[in-house]
Design a protein around this ligand. Structure first.
Ligand SMILES: Cc1cc2nc3c(=O)[nH]c(=O)nc-3n(C[C@H](O)[C@H](O)[C@H](O)COP(=O)(O)OP(=O)(O)OC[C@H]3O[C@@H](n4cnc5c(N)ncnc54)[C@H](O)[C@@H]3O)c2cc1C
Ligand code: FES
Length: 240
């Protein structure tokens, strides 16, 4: 690992990687080489799925929040410690249509795909966080409008309140979203009701990350699909 910095409630890791550049929404499976479970009477942890924050020129970046043993260990890594990296994996976002404005709607650790999207293709960001400490993550995007659950920064409430306002304004938009399941479900319902095209980068518990275990399936109108292989990005209209 070649870089580490704290960003509010998050940690940004930078890793040397010779792989091809990742698309916005693609992810990697990450594991620490040392201290990755496997102590006495203990199994090693599985790799953890983490979205690319940036990738290219021999470097890939990640934004992490410590929510359990795997992300806790990854957040504790120091520069010079080694990581196993598998990726880039999955299908990311496609470039937006020229005739519509891209609205990027995200929350928490869902912002890396949106930061990569904005860097590649632009777009106006609406971001939601728990509180001011988490809202520090918004600095990874340009000119984001913010909402916080506790009202400490920006709109007091959900980021989907901001999306609802935008959808009422009746501009020609399309929506690209990544965040917690409840937020994505609201984005799906609002955009479907408004007849606005939307693509969602989903999260699901993942064991393998490349299509072998079927542990990550999601229901679509075309049957069950693997989030790691057929996604994580799905058009909102195909989700059942
Ligand atoms: C495609 C994809 C991209 C992701 N990108 C990022 C990222 O950029 N940064 C980041 O910090 N996290 C990201 N995650 C979530 C991350 O993979 C999980 O938080 C992590 O696996 C938790 O492992 P743990 O051992 O720390 O905690 P665990 O003890 O395994 O879990 C802690 C908590 O998180 C929940 N959880 C575990 N795995 C997932 C999951 N895959 N999705 C949703 N909830 C889960 C558990 O139910 C529990 O509440 C992503 C997940 C996916 C599928
Ligand atoms: S995580 Fe194994 S099939 Fe998706």
């Amino acid at each position: 690992m070649v870089g580490r910095r704290a960003l509010g409630a998050y940690v940004v890791l930078e890793v040397g990687d010779e792989a091809v550049a990742a698309a916005p929404g693609q992810f990697y499976m990450l594991a620490a080489v040392v201290g990755w479970g496997g102590g006495e009477g203990e199994r090693p942890f599985l790799g953890r799925a983490i979205s690319a924050l940036f990738a290219g020129d021999g470097r890939v970046g990640f934004l992490l929040e410590d929510v359990g043993p795997g992300t806790g260990r990854l957040c504790s890594l120091a520069v010079g410690e080694e990581l196993w990296l598998v990726g880039p994996l999955g299908r990311g976002f496609d470039a937006p249509p020229a005739e519509r404005e891209a609205l990027l709607v995200g929350g928490g650790v869902g912002i890396p795909p949106l930061a990569m999207f904005q860097e590649a293709w632009g777009g106006r960001a609406l971001l939601g966080f728990r509180d001011a400490r988490h809202a520090a993550g918004a600095s990874l995007l340009k000119d984001a409008e913010l909402a916080t659950d506790d009202g400490s920064v920006g709109h007091a409430g959900y980021v989907t309140d901001l999306l609802e306002r935008e959808l009422r304004a009746a501009g020609e938009v399309c929506v690209y979203a990544c965040g917690p399941p409840a937020m994505l479900e609201t984005v799906r319902a609002l955009t479907l009701a408004a007849g606005v095209p939307a693509w969602l980068a989903l999260e699901a518990p993942m064991a393998c990350g490349f299509g072998a275990c079927f542990g990550c399936v999601v229901a679509t109108h075309d049957g069950f699909k693997r989030v790691c292989l057929d996604g994580p990005v799905f058009e909102a209209a195909v989700l059942a």
